[in-house]
Write a protein that binds this ligand. Structure first.
Ligand SMILES: Cc1cc2nc3c(=O)[nH]c(=O)nc-3n(C[C@H](O)[C@H](O)[C@H](O)COP(=O)(O)O)c2cc1C
Length: 187
């Protein structure tokens, strides 16, 4: 499959998932696409133990054999990776960060030369997560697209339903169309 989606939120079909949904609708406009979804909250993944087996072993494989085995395989085959996450205490969710830490095993070879679509929903700030992706993208030769969506009304001090964030939903949809076209041209 060419596309994989990491759903970082434990809340299925809520804000970040809805933006992903619009992105995929756009992506599929020019024809069906093979997309692999990983709901990080449901994965059986142990946090990285920092053993650096991946650094020293001949095939750079991770010492822990859990659901990351499937993630590694899918990641290597994919061209475009979607990371969708709400901000949790200033960063991506712990579920998605756990996946990222374990991607250390891919960083020795096979992590880069991909397209990353980063979808972030937040109440107050998302700069730290944007900064992380912007820092690694040039290093790994990653083409980066970031969509951010504030799901909070400051004046009324309350959450906004994602259905009210039409500009961002449209942005996600249009990006899907654009990346779908690029992928089709490569076929
Ligand atoms: C535990 C927790 C921590 C959060 N921390 C932040 C934060 O640090 N910054 C922020 O802007 N929003 C924060 N939020 C708000 C969410 O990022 C926001 O409501 C988001 O739209 C939820 O997306 P989802 O529906 O995809 O889960 C937090 C929400 C929760 C539940």
């Amino acid at each position: 499959m060419k596309f994989i989606v990491f759903h970082g939120s434990p809340r299925k079909n809520q804000n970040s998932d809805t933006l992903v949904d619009y992105f995929i609708r756009g992506l599929k406009l020019g024809g069906d696409k093979e997309i692999k979804h990983f709901y990080t909250n449901e994965l059986n993944i142990k946090p990285c133990q920092g053993c650096l087996t991946c650094a020293t072993s001949a095939d750079h494989s991770c010492a822990i054999k859990d659901d990351m085995v499937e993630v590694y395989s899918a990641y290597k085959k994919a061209n475009t990776i979607v990371f969708a996450t709400p901000m949790y205490w200033g960063y991506m969710t712990a579920q998605l960060k756990t996946v990222f830490d374990r991607m250390e095993a891919l960083a020795w070879e096979g992590f880069g030369n991909k397209t990353f679509v980063v979808i972030i929903t937040y109440r107050h700030h998302c700069e730290s997560t944007i900064a992380f992706f912007e820092r690694i993208a040039p290093f790994f030769n990653i083409k980066l697209f970031i969509i951010t969506c504030r799901t909070y009304n400051e004046d009324e001090q309350k959450d906004i339903p994602i259905s009210m964030c039409q500009d961002q939903l449209e942005e996600a949809y249009r990006l899907g169309i654009e990346l779908g076209k690029i992928e089709k041209e490569k076929d």
